[in-house]
Design a protein around this ligand. Structure first.
Ligand SMILES: [Zn+2]
Length: 414
């Protein structure tokens, strides 16, 4: 809960663009205007020539703790998030043990709170042990999670998904399907059938559904039809499914990277407003895992530069639209209030980005996972500073707690 004055930025959010200053007091945005005279004793961050956006919100990340600290842990994941411009992350339950009980949920939330770098929210498992056999005690888990998902596995049992949706509706929680049905000759058809089934369960139960990592244009089309019917459904796509094609980036990930033609169709869905949020599906793995072909992309740090380079610099979408997809859209899906815009009264979570070019190398990552098809790529759109509740948690290559303990070391005044 800090005070900060940001001077001379190009302010962009989902609704407007303007040049000006932003004053954060007690962690909340107090004023946004063309010129704010510096109040005494408040740290000042000069931001000339930089874009100031609301900080990003990631609906879909894997920080691997408990169970796989060699891949990532809550500390390295939090640092990677801060480096990527994210101040809010929602973690998937496929840890070991999985997040299918209040005990595991409390362990993660307590640890994340002690680290205190970014705000961590949880998605709980739908089925015990993510085995797809029996439902978790959703009532017991509900106070700790905003949604339920068996991410990594589609819930293929219709009866289980139906029961889960009915309970989620009663508990006021969201069902967050990983839409995959294995064993069909066409993977796209598996995604489409699961989305179709879940939309019908959504219609029958009235439960809120948010579809994970839509990669098939057919699945996006189904979501569009459901939205026309005003069903309570939203969906996300990942940076890699929106920006990379199989022809140029051959990297194992689930769902797989699509053909150029399918990517273009998915981007069309994005432009038309069918896709409500971009979520990273940050899935860090060790070098040994990569050598063994384990699918996943460590993506939370490259998300903004990749989207900026491939979608904004090419003129496909504007920066305002990208801001909606990375901040306001996901915040709304999670039910977070007063987040995702640079407006008075909103939480002082902001990110400053520059046009600068960067090269993706192993050293670029704060994440333990360097598994990405982007190694050696040059991208534009560097995250320069990440601010959480008025406090600078990442600045120009340095992250709070690791490289600096007190932001006054690097910022004028205060
Ligand atoms: Zn998934």
């Amino acid at each position: 809960m800090s005070d900060l004055l940001i001077k001379g930025a190009r302010i962009v959010d989902a609704g407007r663009e303007m040049a000006g200053d932003v004053l954060i007091a007690g962690g909340i945005i107090e004023e946004v205007s063309e010129e704010i005279p510096p109040p005494k004793g408040i740290p000042l961050l000069p931001a000339g020539g930089k874009f100031l956006l609301p900080a990003f919100v990631d609906l879909h990340a894997h920080f691997r703790d408990p169970g796989f600290p060699q891949k990532e842990d809550l500390l390295s994941g939090s640092r990677a998030a801060a480096h990527g411009g994210f101040t809010v992350v929602s973690l998937m339950p496929n840890t070991d043990p999985p997040c299918d009980s209040p005990e595991v949920a409390r362990y993660i939330l307590d640890k994340a709170r002690r680290i205190g770098l970014v705000e961590v929210h949880l998605v709980g498992a739908i089925t015990r042990g993510l085995r797809g056999e029996e439902l978790v005690d959703m009532e017991a888990l509900a106070p700790y999670v905003w949604a339920f998902s068996d991410d990594g596995h589609g819930v293929e049992d219709h009866r289980l998904m139906w029961e889960a949706a009915k309970r989620a509706r009663e508990l006021g929680k969201t069902i967050y399907p990983h839409p995959e049905f294995r064993g069909l000759p066409s993977r796209e058809l598996g995604e489409e059938l699961m989305v179709a089934r879940d939309l019908w369960i959504c219609r029958r139960t009235g439960a809120r559904f948010h579809m994970a990592h839509i990669s098939s244009p057919g699945a996006a089309e189904l979501v569009a039809l459901a939205k026309e019917k005003r069903l309570p459904v939203t969906c996300e796509a990942t940076p890699h499914h929106l920006c990379l094609s199989r022809e140029e980036a051959d990297h194992p990930v689930n769902p797989p990277i699509s053909t150029r033609e399918a990517v273009d169709a998915l981007v069309k869905g994005l432009v038309e407003g069918i896709i409500d949020a971009v979520a990273t599906d940050h899935a860090p793995h060790t070098d040994a895992d990569v050598a063994a072909g384990v699918p996943g992309i460590s993506g939370i740090e490259t998300a903004f530069p990749l989207l900026y380079t491939r979608l904004v610099k090419t003129g496909t979408i504007g920066l305002r639209t990208l801001s909606r997809l990375l901040s306001l859209g996901p915040a709304r899906i999670m039910g977070l209030r007063k987040r995702g815009l640079v407006r008075e009264g909103f939480v002082g979570d902001l990110v400053l980005v520059t046009e600068e070019e960067l090269e993706v190398t192993g050293d670029f990552f704060f994440s333990k996972g360097k598994n990405t098809p982007l190694l050696g790529w040059r991208l534009r759109g560097r995250v320069w500073a990440t601010i959480r509740e008025g406090e600078v948690i990442y600045l120009d290559g340095k992250v709070k707690g690791r490289d600096f303990d007190d932001h006054r070391q690097v910022i004028r005044g205060g």
